[in-house]
Ligand binder design. Structure first.
Ligand code: DGL
Length: 268
């Protein structure tokens, strides 16, 4: 059995890279729904439908456990999948998201105020606020939707002057609020880690979501030997996408590595 990693597009490769670095022994299937990306501005109903199709597909490919690397899908579809769909369809298997592990780390390091940036969908869902308040209601959370950052990263413009200008505008309210911790609530944002940390300054610790998700998966597998025992250990990665083009192949090489080879599948 394999570990499935699902994302609305290719940004999840940035998270997968950290997972494979930490846990190279397992077999992974990455599924990127890049024909229908971005999910960030879509309704909950559509995000749920797309996510459920992807999860079903990955289970049929032999995944024992699926990580939803997409923050928007974790915010808007994960709970319903875990509580309603999974018990009816695959009661023995597991689907995990990226919000909970990052929030657990944030709550550990934060002093008073946590900033969260993400797509419009993630921010509107208030999923990070709800999770943080469950663990520590005394922490204040200041959010900001930063939708242009996905396009900037996909264009490879992280070092461009435009990136600095956009970040300055987006991060202004978080800096003014004197946040001490910042959550990068979107698959693509770790690519801008240095630029964001440079702008927030020493006062705010920027959390690296990829590393946190990888550490949390490692810990989860240690605690769940009944799942870990079923996992294949041939260090193989398969990359499934819903669209292939030169642009996507370049993103795959830049974000995961030169050896990446996509296979096209259909989710409809
Ligand atoms: N993967 C999405 C996320 O992490 C970003 C791209 C999209 O909007 O689909 O929220």
């Amino acid at each position: 059995m394999k570990i499935g990693i699902f994302d609305s597009g290719l940004g999840g490769l940035i998270i997968l890279r950290d997972i494979v670095k930490k846990l190279p022994q397992y077999d992974y299937i990455y599924l990127g729904d890049n024909a229908r990306t971005p999910y960030g501005n879509r309704s909950q109903e559509v995000i749920y439908k797309f996510t459920q199709q992807a999860v079903d597909f990955l289970f049929k490919q032999g995944c024992e456990l699926i990580i939803i690397a997409c923050n928007t899908a974790s915010a808007k579809a994960l709970r319903k999948i875990q509580q309603e769909w999974l018990p009816k369809n695959y009661p023995e298997r597991r689907v995990l998201g990226v919000i909970r592990p990052v929030v657990e780390e944030a709550v550990k390091v934060a002093k008073k105020k946590i900033g969260v940036i993400g797509t419009k969908g993630t921010i509107a869902s208030e999923a990070y606020i709800k999770e943080i308040q469950k663990l520590n209601p005394r922490l204040e959370v200041i959010q900001k939707a930063t939708p242009l950052l996905v396009s900037l990263v996909e264009e490879g413009w992280q070092k461009h002057d435009v990136a600095k200008k956009i970040l300055r505008i987006y991060l202004k309210s978080l800096k003014a609020a004197k946040i001490d911790t910042l959550i990068l609530g979107c698959t693509h944002y770790p690519i801008l880690y240095k630029e964001i940390q440079g702008m927030t300054g020493k006062r705010a610790k920027v959390l690296n979501s990829g590393e946190i998700v990888a550490d949390s998966l490692s810990d989860y597998l240690k605690r769940h030997s009944e799942i870990e025992n079923k996992l294949d250990k041939n260090s193989k990665c398969q990359f499934l996408v819903t669209d292939i083009s030169e642009h996507y192949e370049k993103l795959g090489r830049d974000w995961f590595g030169p050896e990446i080879k996509f296979e096209k599948i259909n989710l409809d």
